[in-house]
Design a protein around this ligand. Structure first.
Ligand code: 5AD
Ligand code: SF4
Length: 466
């Protein structure tokens, strides 16, 4: 990759000879918030002259942005670190530097333990301290092994660079925007309250400014992110208390912004104002990710979800009355400690009753430090596997039925990027399904009217309505 030296900081320009920029390779695991954080970290590093690379062998700095939600996710990181150790050795023998950093929730949860288990790691940085990354990296380059996991009193968002126009253009027409981070719910299975900390909402003005910048850079659809996004709260310019519904209405006023989404929501925080936004805002897409985890009241109680299955069903009905076109998505955990066959049947019945357009389901994974880990009655692996298989069969069928029910419908399609076949672009339906259509590259960013003609296993196909 060539680099205009005018873009490089002076320290990287020796005499008249351009010094190649240092390269950073970022690998992101887990949720969309990590995707957002990875972009912000790359932006912060680019101020120090780093350019992004997709080729790990070329990187001077390799940063893994990790996930701790289930054991498998955390273990993946350690196998990757094993591979990187070999690469680092090989590069060192050629006299080339490779700094290895671990960010994200594994970093926060395990801190120093990572340095012990993975000797090749130079830098460990938790999600609350990303604004200190450039400085931490300098220390790591001078030979220190750095651990930055202490929660900052300062607001990381105030220090991290906002998305810049040029990079936004390169990243596309849809974007994530973190509005809320952390969680105070303490579901018994979940590490998030420990890795992401207490719930913090970003202020309205900061969010609006970031959204305007994104739109200025060509973004047409924004997905608001938060571990508990609908717990977002703030003070409006009128001095009143604002909830997510108010924030969505404010963002809906931005010219050029065509579509809004938000994820992930907790059933207890779905208030009337947010439901009203689904009723009245055409820019708010008719899609809602609303995890319940289990359909058994006994298990919901043990999970500390603090609502019943009937309350969830009643809520779904209320939201569907406000927005009849709504597609629902959810998360499920099978095999939480103490889950009996009857509890699992309750989950199956709930899924039948709701009818999900999409869903994610997992075997319970015991996470150290969470209350679930101390519970007796852990469910055997083979039982979990069988239940997961049955649940996934049902959910996949529901997803397929939903996709089939879309065939013949006319929809607005936001064209996002080139499709797999030449001459095709792919976009997202209002219900988040990928849709392939014949269109010109120059149309990326346009919203066109199409008719859905066919449903494939993972995407839809459509024709343009003249
Ligand atoms: N085991 C299995 N699944 C989990 N999730 C969160 N914690 C665990 C765990 N310990 C799932 C939940 C959550 C999603 C992001 O991951 O379903 O909604
Ligand atoms: Fe985890 Fe529950 Fe908080 Fe969601 S609401 S992040 S599952 S503790």
């Amino acid at each position: 990759m060539t680099q205009d030296t005018a873009l490089l900081p002076k320290s990287l320009v020796a005499g008249d000879e351009p010094v190649p920029a240092r390269k950073v390779f970022v690998k992101t695991y887990g949720c969309q918030m990590n995707v957002y954080d990875s972009d912000r970290m790359s932006d912060a590093l680019s101020r120090d002259g780093y350019v992004a690379t997709d080729v790990v062998e070329d990187a001077d700095f390799v940063l893994l942005n990790t996930c701790h939600i289930r054991e498998k996710a955390a273990e993946k990181v350690y196998s990757e670190l094993g591979r990187l150790r070999e690469l680092k050795k090989a590069k060192a023998s050629e006299g080339r530097e490779m700094v290895i950093g671990v960010a994200g929730c594994v970093a926060q949860a395990e801190g120093n333990e990572i340095l012990r288990r993975a000797p090749a790691v130079d830098l460990v940085i938790g999600p609350q301290t990303y604004h200190r990354l450039p400085e931490a990296l300098k220390r790591a380059r001078s030979g220190e092994r750095v651990v930055e996991t202490d929660y900052a009193i300062e607001d990381k968002f105030e220090h991290l660079p906002a998305p810049d126009k040029v990079k936004t253009r390169a990243r596309g027409v849809t974007a994530f925007l973190t509005v809320q981070e952390g969680c105070d719910k303490f579901c018994a299975f979940c590490v998030v309250p420990y890795t992401r900390g207490a719930e913090v909402s970003r202020p309205v003005a900061q969010i609006v400014a970031e959204a305007e910048k994104l739109v200025d850079g060509g973004v047409r659809e924004i997905t608001l992110l938060g571990q508990n996004v609908n717990a977002w709260h703030g003070t409006g310019p009128d001095g009143g208390d604002w909830g997510l519904g108010d924030l969505l209405r404010r963002l809906g006023e931005i010219d050029g912004l065509a579509r809004l989404r938000y994820t992930t929501s907790h059933p207890r925080d779905m208030d009337e104002s947010l439901i009203e936004a689904h009723r009245s805002m055409t820019k708010l897409m008719p899609y809602l990710h609303l995890p319940i985890q289990s359909g058994s009241d006994r298990i919901l109680k043990a999970m500390n979800r603090r609502h019943t299955a009937a309350e969830y069903l009643a809520l779904v009905e209320r939201i569907r009355r406000a927005q009849p076109d709504l597609a629902l998505s959810g998360d499920f955990i099978v095999g939480f400690p103490g889950e009996t066959e009857a509890d699992f049947e309750d989950t199956m019945r709930l899924v039948e009753a709701v009818g999900y357009a999409q869903a994610f389901s997992f075997k319970y994974s015991s996470r150290p430090g969470t209350p679930g880990a101390d519970l007796k009655d852990q469910v055997p692996e083979d039982v979990k596997a069988k239940r997961l298989e049955r649940l996934q069969f049902l959910l996949i069928n529901q997803q397929r039925d939903f996709a089939a029910s879309c065939v013949g419908r006319e929809i607005d399609l936001l064209l996002e990027k080139p499709g797999r076949m030449p001459g095709q672009l792919v976009g997202r339906s209002p219900w988040l399904q990928p849709v392939n259509v014949d269109a010109k590259r120059s149309q990326i960013g346009d919203i066109i009217r199409v008719r859905i003609t066919r449903a494939g296993p993972n995407s839809l196909f459509a024709e343009v309505i003249e």
